[in-house]
Write a protein that binds this ligand. Structure first.
Ligand code: FAD
Length: 522
């Protein structure tokens, strides 16, 4: 198993540096360079300075402080990463390696205590990664070949230039392709198109043995399915071939408010069961929510009456739907929407309509970092809880958690998401885990807290999990952060054996993504 004891730190740095500065580690692409120059380039890509170590020891969550990595690799090519992984694999005591996208995970999942963190975004700076290449093919299907280090927002910008776009997204697009595909990816398109992991044709994956393998549903399929939702355990995604379809031009975007949870969830489930909408999410506004949580979705003239509704009712549920359209459908889209929303039970005066560009809609959170940063809510701890709740128990969850547990804390501190998904849009051969019911709900409690007051929110998260356990609600964590093998075994349930076998096959020395704490105890 990859080592993570302090004594190895010095050894790792010296070994990796000397490896890179020796002729043994030369990569074919650089053979043309003078040897001295090549050695220098390689060595300078491995950094051990405090700035690099500090960056690689942090993540968005700011909750977990694991021991520092020994070094950080800023790769300039996929061969740089392959060379590092092979080097570790060939040692009798290998060191651990974690690919880091943007470090937007929340519990140390992209960290590598005493090992080496690979800053994937550095591939983009050198332009020697896979980049973004769009292939238009109306007969066989269009796709984009995208480096694992690329941001989804850049995939959007590059593909719409060709009149195309991926079909499934995350809400926030400043995440890497590799980081999201390692988790699954969820957003309002998932009910209809499946998560981003269900929309990949092929990948290049660098396994824990340092082998670069092309895999798809038909070729090296075991690796393909392992890696999708595989929490970085089986290989580093260096390229993904992502499904594209013609991009619409604009969207009709509607928010509807409810105070009755059963009407809200009934309408959500009805809407995902019929064909017609392209996106559906839902959220919760509470009396103790800061207004920032909901204001961005409405115009200032509506704030007073929404605010007074929330104060009157305590909890309000917001159903959010989108229908795409383009020049051909612009004359019929309003009528179609009217038909789709007929018979819903939202509060009659509380329906809000917007008409925005497709790109503007997908990239609606483009200013999140600046906006939250300005309010002091970005560079702070984020005790997030993302769970999947089986449909059959969602009303118990509403009562036990939304009505009883959440109001106990004076102020909720971030958006709360509640919306359903359809299980058959997730491929069970993949590593990602969902509840064992046809429909399940995503619950996202996206808290920000002050530097020193995240504990009450963490305790509340624990209370929610304990409540579910006691009530027999068989939830699954998304962006899981278990720390013991026993908890992980329970999480994967019947999939555990396959997960473990795949680890033995593709990363037998347990080198990759140790911060997930599945096979590496830290
Ligand atoms: P990192 O956090 O850097 O890495 C996450 C894990 O993936 C680590 O274990 C890492 O080792 C591994 N990894 C990274 N790159 C690769 C690679 N190329 N190959 C193999 N393994 C790799 N998630 C959603 O599903 N939907 C959302 O709407 C959504 N919104 C978010 C909004 C914000 C503001 C934030 C902070 C997160 C959000 N997330 C969302 C969570 C996000 O999907 C995860 O944080 C995910 O890990 C992507 O972040 P990243 O690219 O920074 O990856």
């Amino acid at each position: 198993m990859a080592k993570s004891c302090p004594i190895s730190t010095f050894f790792i740095v010296i070994s990796v540096l000397s490896h890179f500065t020796s002729r043994i580690g030369l990569r074919p692409w650089a053979d043309a360079l003078p040897l001295e120059r090549q050695s220098l380039d390689n060595a300078s890509r491995l950094r051990v300075d405090p700035d690099a170590i500090r960056m690689a020891s942090r993540d968005f969550g700011k909750l977990v402080h694991l021991p520092n990595p020994a070094a950080v690799l800023y790769p300039c090519s996929i061969e740089d990463i392959a060379s590092l992984v092979k080097f570790s694999y060939n040692l009798s005591s290998p060191f651990s390696i974690a690919a880091r996208g943007r470090g937007h995970c929340h519990s140390g999942q992209a960290m590598a205590p005493h090992g080496v963190v690979v800053e994937m975004r550095s591939l983009n700076d050198c332009s020697r990664g896979s980049g973004i290449r769009v292939t238009k093919n109306s007969i066989l299907g269009s796709y984009a070949d995208v480096g694992g280090e690329q941001l989804w927002v850049d995939v959007l910008k590059a593909t719409v230039k060709h009149g195309l776009a991926p079909v499934s997204w995350t809400d926030y697009l400043y995440l890497t392709v590799g980081g999201v595909l390692s988790n699954g990816g969820i957003s309002g398109q998932t009910f209809r198109r499946g998560p981003p992991i269900s929309n990949v044709y092929e990948m290049d994956v660098l396994t824990g043995k340092g082998e670069l393998v092309t895999c798809s549903e038909d070729t090296n399929s075991e690796l393909f399915f392992a890696v999708l939702g595989g929490l970085g355990q089986f290989g580093i995604i260096t390229r993904a071939r992502i499904v594209l379809e013609p991009a619409p031009k604009r969207v009709k975007w509607i928010h509807m408010l409810y105070h009755d949870f059963s009407a809200f969830s009934r309408d959500q489930e009805h809407l995902i069961s019929i064909n017609g909408l392209d996106y559906l999410e839902g959220s919760l506004f509470m009396e103790n929510s800061p207004p920032n949580n909901w204001r961005s979705s409405f115009s200032p003239s509506d704030y007073p009456r929404i605010s007074s509704l929330i104060s009157k009712k305590g909890i309000i549920y917001c159903l959010e739907v989108v229908k795409y359209y383009d020049d051909l459908t612009s004359h019929t889209v309003d009528e179609e929407l009217k038909e789709l929303l007929k018979g819903l039970n939202f509060l009659p005066r509380f329906v809000f309509r917007k008409d925005v560009s497709f790109v503007g809609f997908l990239n609606r959170l483009q200013n999140a970092e600046q906006d939250l940063g300005a309010k002091g809510l970005w560079d702070v701890p984020h005790p997030w809880l993302d769970i999947f709740v089986p449909r059959s128990r969602i009303s118990d969850f509403n009562k036990g958690v939304f009505r009883d547990i959440l109001p106990k804390i004076n102020q909720t501190t971030g958006p709360i998401h509640v919306y359903p998904m359809i299980r058959n849009k997730w491929d069970d051969r993949m590593s990602a885990v969902t509840p064992d019911e046809d429909i399940f709900y995503v619950i996202g409690l996206l808290h920000s807290s002050g530097a020193d007051d995240w504990k009450p929110l963490e305790n509340q998260n624990k209370e929610i999990l304990q409540f579910c356990d006691k009530a027999g609600i068989k939830i699954k964590l998304y962006l899981s952060r278990y720390t013991t093998k026993e908890d992980w075994m329970k999480h994967f349930g019947p999939k555990w054996k396959t997960f473990e076998d795949r680890k033995a096959q593709f990363d037998p020395k347990m080198i990759l993504s140790p911060g997930q704490r599945i096979f590496n105890s830290i």
